[in-house]
Design a protein around this ligand. Sequence first.
Ligand SMILES: CC(C)(COP(=O)(O)OP(=O)(O)OC[C@H]1O[C@@H](n2cnc3c(N)ncnc32)[C@H](O)[C@@H]1OP(=O)(O)O)[C@@H](O)C(=O)NCCC(=O)NCCS
Length: 190
Amino acid sequence: MPITEAEFGYPLRSARLFLQPIALDDAGDVQASCLDWESVRYTSSIPYPYPENGAQKFITEALAKWDQGTYRLLAARKQDDATYVGQFGLTFAEDDPGRAEISYIVTRSVWGQGFGGELARAGIDHAFRDLGLTSLYARVFLANEPSNRLIRRLGMRFEKVVRIHAPARACDVDVNWYELDRADWKEGGR
Ligand SMILES: CC(C)(COP(=O)(O)OP(=O)(O)OC[C@H]1O[C@@H](n2cnc3c(N)ncnc32)[C@H](O)[C@@H]1OP(=O)(O)O)[C@@H](O)C(=O)NCCC(=O)NCCS
């Protein structure tokens, strides 16, 4: 299924950002944002050191999964100068088409300016409003303080701590499991 600008009104817009389906043109920016340890240490599948052409491979796979209907990955850029800020992903649950896991990463040079909250809010609203999903969940490493703060601010509900395998970290890690049901979703967080 080809991705069109018009599909679901892409690009999505927030106060400072626009979000659109990831493309191979984004590979350079994605590659640069995955290179440093602080950016990837609390992710389970981004390798460190990040391989050359890692982003190109990752985006190619993401596009194939989009076509299969199992994954949607959006790149977020600033509206004023199109600077790449990060990405937001939805991984659809195999056993429930109305359910997805959210993921997000912000490029380190712009951390702490609210972009994580802004792009995740836009992505969550998109999931419920445009894609009609009924529930979202997120898994956040216990030690990832900024992300735990962010996800609570987004109104996601802490459920439990679970241990998962993190292939890129080559170990098992404890994560906080968060849920958000459509009934508890407020567009724009208000
Ligand atoms: C988690 C992440 C997306 C946050 O992005 P961001 O743009 O800095 O987020 P925001 O500015 O919107 O807010 C982050 C929150 O963490 C806080 N924060 C920022 N840096 C922090 C730090 N070093 N320690 C503790 N809290 C911190 C901010 O004050 C804010 O909290 P508040 O809403 O209570 O004020 C970003 O750090 C990131 O991409 N990390 C690497 C990838 C990752 O871990 N992704 C999430 C996987 S679950």
